[in-house]
Ligand binder design. Sequence first.
Ligand SMILES: [Zn+2]
Length: 297
Amino acid sequence: MPNFSRAALVALALVLLPPTASRAQRAIECPQCADWNVPQRPIRLHGDTYYVGTHGLGAILITSPQGHVLIDGGLPQSAPLIRANVESLGFHMRDVKLILNSHAHYDHAGGIAELQRASGARVMASAWSADVLRSGKPQPGDPQLTIAFDYPAVSNVARFTFEDTLRVGPIAIVPHATPGHTPGGTSWSWRSCDGARCLDFVYADSQTPVSADDFLFTKNTSYPNVIADFERGYATLERLSCDVLLTPHPSVSSLWDRVSPTDGTIGATFVDRDACKRYAANARRALEARVAKERGN
Ligand SMILES: [Zn+2]
């Protein structure tokens, strides 16, 4: 082995490292990013289901002796916080076998590349989201195409088929198509038991009709089915068995009113069998308001 100086080796490493490795360290600066990324202690929600996200961005860990599932990775700068939360619960990142995503925007997928590197987990996504994750760039069809941030690309993403159960050991989790916020939006359902007490969890994807100024939900060429897609997602959320609703932005489902962020106490309103139906109804109203505004203009 030739006798390179340390400085030369560092320079060589910088040249050889894939660009995603250095990009992953870079934080995204957005008006809400610092608020979203406030650290949050991890919380056991029920049975083998844990909240491991930041205070403003959800990340859910479902554990088993045969390996764990992680849903969502927050911002690029959330990844170290999520990782620390997983480890402070006594779990190991190397035991995370599967990483999933709600929708492929920087605030829910930005940390996935780093979390995959830290764990070696398989990342699976819907066909549309998989293409975005692989590129790390918003793709045509996204209502927020021109305003969403790039984020570290995920090198290895497999596709799933909606409604096909994904399994890690005894964990069974089902992806449901709830598109509209993005064309690949995915909600997740699973059952978590604490002894004999089992609860049906739904991690329901964002349903907000948010867009860049140049995108109209009522008239566009990049995602012409967007309104029908939203409707399909609402119908799905309404039919799911839903004891506990979780959302990528915990505030949207009032998580911190239902669970104490400081001591993790689970409140009386944590279980709410109408929460998914209400979530869909609120989303439907927001879309109607947006459509009315566009037609009025
Ligand atoms: Zn989004």
